[in-house]
Ligand binder design. Structure first.
Ligand SMILES: Nc1ncnc2c1ncn2[C@@H]1O[C@H](COP(=O)(O)OP(=O)(O)O)[C@@H](O)[C@H]1O
Ligand SMILES: O=c1ccn([C@@H]2O[C@H](COP(=O)(O)O)[C@@H](O)[C@H]2O)c(=O)[nH]1
Length: 216
């Protein structure tokens, strides 16, 4: 790893496998130690394509678990800029309307960048941007239960819409794209976002990497 460029760590795996919880736990437990320019999180979901040209019923039919739903080229370009220590304008995606907001968020590179999302290892150009690749190997039935609970509360969804989407796209796309991408992972984590030993191992590696100097 080059001491002059940020280290980019991907945390991938199925929807509701605990990627967000895992990334935020590591971030929150290290932020005081590493500082605001030490560690940050970027989400693949921010790069969902805008659907504002479609009607709401058409948006509800979109396959959000196929790589084509994401603007991966833009994310790849942004990750390259991060490795050059350049700021990027990250899109803001709304799950309730399935659209991007008009405004963007300025993201300034930090020494460690955690990037979480379902299809980050499915694309070679994207995969090549990551220094460390982590896969959350949570059983799919547990992911489904957690996704139902989360999407009802946080994403304005009904049980029927979550379960239909699961059968039509989420599960088939998992087997087609996500599960095979596990082969690219350096570290496979069982038991989801609360696996304390896995959290501590990643934190130790991040602490070690953070001791290397970064030239801005
Ligand atoms: N090990 C765990 N035990 C209990 N709940 C969990 C665990 N891991 C994740 N969750 C919960 O499951 C839901 C989905 O987790 P999340 O981190 O959002 O998944 P992802 O980012 O992979 O889609 C969230 O409500 C989260 O708090
Ligand atoms: O408009 C949308 C966009 C995405 N989804 C679903 O979200 C998950 C990915 O997010 P996680 O946080 O990893 O769960 C993906 O499985 C999509 O199906 C959506 O339902 N609507």
């Amino acid at each position: 790893m080059n001491a002059n460029k940020p280290t980019i760590i991907t945390i991938t795996g199925p929807s509701a496998s605990g990627k967000t919880l895992f990334a935020h736990t590591i971030h929150d437990e290290l932020i005081d130690e590493l500082g605001e320019d030490g560690i940050s999180i970027l989400s693949e979901d921010a790069y969902y394509r805008d659907q504002s040209h479609l009607s709401m019923s058409e948006r509800e039919q979109t396959n959000y678990d196929n790589p084509s739903a994401f603007e991966h080229d833009l994310l790849t370009e942004h990750l390259k800029k991060i490795t050059e220590n350049k700021s990027i304008d990250v899109p803001i995606y709304c799950y309730k309307t399935h659209t991007r907001l008009n405004e963007t968020r300025v993201f300034t590179p930090t020494k460690i960048v955690l990037v979480e999302g379902i299809l980050l290892l499915s694309n070679k150009a994207l995969r090549d941007q990551f220094d460390i690749k982590v896969y959350m190997d949570t059983p799919l039935d547990i992911c489904l239960v957690r996704r139902i609970k989360r999407d009802l509360i946080e994403r304005n969804r009904s049980v029927e819409s979550v379960t239909n989407q699961y059968l039509e796209t989420v599960r088939p796309m998992y087997y087609q794209f996500i599960e095979p991408s596990k082969a690219w992972a350096d570290i496979v984590i069982t038991r989801g976002g609360k696996n304390r030993m896995a959290i501590e191992v990643l934190k130790a590696k991040i602490r070690q990497l953070s001791k290397l100097p970064l030239q801005k």
